[in-house]
Every structure is written in C-alpha cells, then in structure tokens.
Write a protein that binds this ligand. Structure first.
Ligand code: ARG
Ligand code: ZN
Length: 474
C-alpha cells in the first residue's frame, strides 16, 4: 500500500524470474509454477491506515530473540543481534522487516548470508533460497547505532528515550522498530527473550520473568523471557539504577517492581503494594491473570504517558505514584496485552476498558461512583471531542483522544445499564477468556455481548461507538 511502485515492479520481476526457473527445473509440480509471482514477495506493510508502513506481509513471527548491548550516552548506544523466527504464510522469496535508522552490518536467513536493502523504515531481505509456504525460518540481523526518538505532532515524544542514568522505551504505537527489526504491528504477536548487557552498576529490565544475570569485567548481562504472545508495542527495555522488590501477590501472582531511587513521589514498596492489590482485584473481576508475572517500573523521566508494557507497565514519577494510573495500566494486561487489537482504529478496546477500570478502582477506594463518572461526562453536551469523534474509528489524530478513553468507558457503562451487572461482568470475562493471548476486533466484541446477553445490540453499539453525535436513549 505504501510501497513505492518502482520497488514493487523490480521485486515482481525478480520473483517472476525465480518462479520461471523453478518451474522449468521442477515441471512435475505445476501448482508451484502456477503460483502468482507477487505472492513470493511479502508486502511492505499490513495496510493499517492509522500507521502507514507499519508491519509487513508474507510471514508470521513466532519468536524474537534480542541480544542487546546498551551503553547509555555512548555512541553507539545500542549494538544488537535480533533473531526473528517466523513461518512463511505463502511462498516467500523476499520480505521486509520494519527498522528505522541504525546501521545494519549483516543479515542471515537460516545461517546463510542474505542480501538486503534499506529504504525509509523498511529493511528488505532476499532469502538465499525461497522459503516454501509454511516453512519456518530464522532471520538474524546484526545492527548498531543510536536509536532515534520519535517526536510525533499528534502522539508526542516516545520510543527510545534517554534518562539521567540510562534509557527508557515506550513504543505505542510505532516505536518498537526504532530499536529492533520487527514486524511492527499488533496483529503479529510473538514470544520474546532478551539478553541485555549494560555497564556494571546499572540494571536492565525487560518483559516477563528474569532467567539469569551474569557479571563479567565491567558489564552485567540480564536475561528476561516472555513466553506468552506479545505485541511489538508492548516490548520494553528499561536501563538505569533501580530499587527492586520481588514477591507474590496474596493471590499468588509473582511480582517484580523497580523504582528509580531518585524518584521522590513513590517507592518500590508503594508500587509493590498497589500493584499486588490491583492484580488480585482485577483477577477476581476480569478472570485469571494472563501472564506468568506482574509488576511495574517507575523511571525518572517526564513523559506524557504511562504504558502497559506486558507484565510490567512503565510509569514516570507522577503516574507511578497514582493508584488510578496503576489500576488503568494493569487492566490493560487483560484488555490490550492478552486480548490485543487487530487494527489501531479499535483502540477503544484497550483504552475504553482501561478507563472503565479506573472508574471501578476509584469507586472501590472512596472516589466518585462509576455512575457519577458517567453522568459528569454525559452532561458535557457541548464537547465535540467526545460526541463528534466515534471511539471505534477516531482517526489517527484522535487515537489517544478523549473519545477513545472516556466515551469508550461510557459505552461500557451504558452497556452495563442495558444488560445488568451479572451479564455485563460475564461479557468482560468471556471476552478475556475467549480471546486470551489473541487478537480481536470491535465486531467480535459486539457479537460476544449479544450472545452473552441474548439481546440485539447492533443499534446500541452503532450509536455509542460509530455515531458522530451524543446518544440520547438506549
Ligand atoms: N496506552 C497508553 C495509556 O493509555 C497511552 C500511550 C500513548 N502513546 C503515545 N505515544 N503518546 O496508558
Ligand atoms: Zn491506557
């Protein structure tokens, strides 16, 4: 879709040549020869209009193994080897990974040197020999450089950000490919392992569980592993000085929290306690905690958002001290991280649910009732940012706008009013269990709500999620 046409025709020619060769050499297999030429080149994007260029076609990533040497403030700050294991979804002679900036020094496919080219944020790799449909292959990319932070006019500053004593990554929606080559779209989830080498004295934190640490000379290597499928934007690395606390919630979920000791607004103990309480509360309400560990990281960085990085949300100092924000980010472990959007236009499935979780947490801890939160917003008849922006198709400019969060949350409350408490919470639990570790869409949510409630909810959801005016009756 966003591929320059000159590249399409060049690669199509290449593939036509390849296909022609194999058809003469292997005339006993007419189906292979008859395959359309274009099928052997993976698309350069998944075609999601909210994030043009992100993601790729032709393969499905199974696992990322990221071996990163990070030396904050040095040049290069990052030296990496990424091994991406994938399965071809069709015959594949050439495919793209997303990667912005950085120098690539070598690419191999299944251990054999592969040729590659770069253009914009695409790293195009030609397989040394074409991969058959269903074939599993491993691409290894060696690279280095100083990742570029993203300064988006709409989304703000995000991606790989320097801190006073290290680095912080917050990648939603498109930051992951500034620090590792990837199929950078939430549609393609995979497991991860990380091996991060940093100067001795610094701690390196990533998703999942810690599997080992070794110190040699002036460096320490931290190993982390996330076995559950994870979207690229939820991958995180945070390097710096941290006070760490580990344990288990009273309900038995392993916890790892880390707080930069220069943060005065909170402590590792406070983050540990709130995280444990929220994880256990949401487990009762939303269903079993979806991952092998929970936790969080507070770094000393003024960033305009907190992020629900899988297993360990990341916070700046103020947000890390705020139980409402912690309740929000931890609810995303169910809504967003385990059940993941398929297209960015469905972002209300993350943020509307997390806003609703904030209201639930507030109500339980002496704040306003959920009903009061709803009413206070519903009264704002003159707020076009709520009523003229449909939460289930807000447009890129409003991806993290009020409608997605607040009208998204209000949609859930209106649903609760319509179907009653028992059905409403049954819908939430069916959603987290039926799509656990998968991808889902708004139409699937509507269908599930109709099935569980036994009601026709088409008109209701149309008004709340897709309408450009304030719903008046439901
Ligand atoms: N998912 C985050 C939250 O609701 C918001 C991330 C916003 N991303 C950005 N680049 N500003 O907590
Ligand atoms: Zn959120």
């Amino acid at each position: 879709m966003s591929l320059p046409s000159s590249r399409i025709s060049l690669s199509a020619l290449l593939v036509a040549a390849l296909t022609a060769c194999s058809s003469t050499a292997n005339s006993a297999r007419p189906t292979a020869a008859a395959a359309p030429a274009a099928a052997a080149v993976g698309a350069a994007s998944v075609g999601d209009p909210y994030v043009p260029g992100d993601g790729n076609g032709g393969y499905d990533v199974q696992h990322y193994s990221l071996d990163l040497r990070i030396t904050p403030k040095a040049t290069p700050e990052l030296t990496g080897t990424a091994t991406v294991t994938a399965v071809a979804t069709g015959p594949l002679a050439r495919f793209d990974l997303d990667l912005t900036g950085l120098n690539v020094s070598e690419v191999t496919v299944d251990g054999r040197t592969a040729s590659y080219s770069r253009s914009g944020s695409e790293l195009a790799v030609t397989a040394p020999k074409p991969i058959a449909r269903g074939g599993r292959f491993a691409v290894r990319v060696r690279y280095s450089g100083n990742p570029r932070q993203i300064d988006d006019p709409v989304l703000g500053r995000y991606g790989w950000l320097p801190t006073s004593d290290g680095i912080f990554t917050g990648d939603e929606p498109s930051g992951a490919h500034t620090w590792f080559p990837s199929n950078d779209h939430p549609e393609d989830k995979a497991s991860y392992d990380f091996q991060i080498t940093v100067p001795r004295g610094l701690t390196a934190i990533a998703n999942g569980i810690q599997t080992g640490t070794t110190t040699a000379g002036n460096s320490t290597t931290y190993r982390w592993r996330e076995d559950a499928p994870m979207a690229t934007y939820l991958a995180m690395v945070d390097v710096g000085r941290f006070k760490v606390r580990t344990g288990r919630t009273p309900g038995g979920v392993p916890v790892y929290v880390a707080v930069d000791p220069s943060v005065i607004a909170t402590t590792a103990d406070k983050l540990y306690d709130t995280t444990s309480q929220v994880v256990d509360a949401w487990t009762k309400l939303f269903g079993p905690y979806p991952f092998a560990s929970a936790g969080g990281v507070v770094d000393n960085l003024q960033v305009g958002f907190a992020l629900e990085t899988q297993t360990k949300p990341e916070y700046g100092p103020a947000m890390g001290a705020d139980p409402t924000t912690i309740a929000h980010e931890l609810s995303h472990q169910w809504f967003g991280d385990s059940v993941t959007i398929t297209r960015w236009s469905d972002i209300w499935l993350n943020e509307g649910f997390a806003t609703y979780a904030e209201w639930l947490w507030g109500e339980r801890t002496g704040g306003p009732s959920v009903q009061a939160q709803f009413d206070q917003r519903y009264r704002q008849t003159g707020s076009p940012d709520l009523w003229s922006v449909p939460p289930a198709d807000p447009g890129r400019a409003q991806l993290f706008g009020r409608s997605v969060y607040e009208r998204g949350g209000m949609t859930l409350h209106a649903l609760r009013q319509k179907v009653g408490d028992a059905k409403f919470f049954a819908i939430l639990r069916a959603w987290t269990s039926e799509h656990r570790h998968g991808n889902a869409t708004t139409p699937q949510f509507i269908a599930l709500a109709e099935r569980v409630s036994g009601k026709d909810l088409g008109g209701f959801f149309h008004a709340w999620l897709y309408g450009k005016k304030r719903p008046t009756s439901w």
